[in-house]
Design a protein around this ligand. Structure first.
Ligand SMILES: O=C1O[C@H](COP(=O)(O)O)[C@@H](O)[C@H](O)[C@H]1O
Length: 324
């Protein structure tokens, strides 16, 4: 991956408001045999931190009560849906995502979507099929990652590669509207770089901004959850759970390999307009029970800290909801 050219860096530093998003075209990187890498924007601006004014600290307060095949229980801003199968979950998740895409494309002229890695990508598979492949205005999509492993984009651990192979390569999203991390940088550098990139996109209006929290407000954040209750690369007991200022942080001691990652912090996650927490499988029933039911855990799980300014919707299959 090439470093920023001096002229580009200079132009990014003086970016006026409401201009097209900064574009950098990295050299072609050979990928796996199934992959053809488009020329995504690589966030590579000059590192700098912005001041912040606070963090939304609303309490998460809802309880899932249903064991029916597909039901919803709503209290406050939280909503849980339990599906008979992961297939049913995927069907509903595609409709939910497409409906939000329509809403934000009409309202804002852009739809900012933040992806996780892991099993989430498979759960989004219905988006590449009719009717969505034809009906969604993909040109409005801007795609980000809530966390990324600090590995090359053609590495099997790359969340970008997973999303590209499973989703993005099958959708007509503009390559310049896809924002992977700069994989030529260190973990510290990549986190700084991604944060700076997000700040430019807030400044030019592509990403919304929360006046309440002082953090970027993504239209939709699609979160997976690990069996240990981690979300993004925010792991149980890790000091990063308490990060209150940075938008993007790096981690070099991830308990789940690979150890080096970057991640959006909770203030950014919780400033989102919509969060979908997508959880399938019996192996995740315990953290679901701790968060939504009467389960106990010795320490607060990261997933319990998900409390968006906007709407939170859980997409659970019946195995994940089996302890509720
Ligand atoms: O390491 C990660 O794990 C979580 C959960 O993955 P899953 O395969 O159990 O769904 C994922 O959301 C995150 O983006 C990823 O980096």
């Amino acid at each position: 991956m090439a470093a920023s050219s001096p002229s580009l860096s200079a132009s990014l530093r003086t970016l006026p408001t409401r201009v097209p998003s900064p574009r950098r075209l990295p050299p072609y990187i050979p990928l796996t045999s199934q992959s053809v890498l488009p020329n995504p924007l690589v966030c590579s601006c000059r590192p700098k931190r912005a001041s912040v004014i606070g963090v939304n600290s609303k309490k998460f307060d809802f309880k899932a009560t249903s064991s029916m095949a597909e039901t919803a229980t709503e209290k406050g801003k939280g909503k849980s849906q339990v599906f008979d199968s992961e297939e049913d979950l995927a069907v509903s998740l595609a409709k939910y995502t497409a409906d939000l895409s329509d809403k934000f494309a009409k309202e804002r002229g852009a739809f900012t979507v933040v992806l996780s890695g892991g099993s989430l990508i498979k759960s989004l598979r219905k988006l590449v099929e009719p009717p969505y492949i034809d009906s969604v205005d993909w040109s409005k999509w801007h795609v980000f990652w809530v966390d990324e492993r600090v590995v090359p984009k053609d590495h099997p651990d790359s969340n970008y590669l997973l999303a590209y192979d499973g989703l993005l390569s099958k959708l007509p999203i503009l390559p310049g509207n896809v924002y992977p991390i700069n994989d030529a940088l260190s973990a510290e550098g990549a986190a700084d770089d991604y944060e700076t990139c997000v700040k430019h996109l807030v400044k030019n209006g592509v990403i919304d901004f929360s006046e309440t929290s002082g953090f970027p407000k993504f239209d939709l954040m699609l979160l997976g959850m690990g069996p240990d209750g981690h979300v993004a690369s925010l792991f149980p007991g890790h000091p990063l759970l308490q990060e209150k200022k940075q938008w993007v942080a790096f981690i070099k001691d991830s308990p789940k390999p690979p150890p080096e990652r970057i991640t959006f912090t909770f203030p950014v996650i919780n400033s989102s307009a919509h969060i979908a927490l997508v959880v399938a499988g019996a192996g995740k029933a315990h953290p679901v029970q701790v968060t939504l039911g009467n389960g106990q855990n010795s320490e607060m799980l990261p997933v319990q800290m998900v409390s968006p300014e906007g709407e939170l919707t859980w997409f659970l299959d019946k195995e994940a909801a089996s302890k509720l």
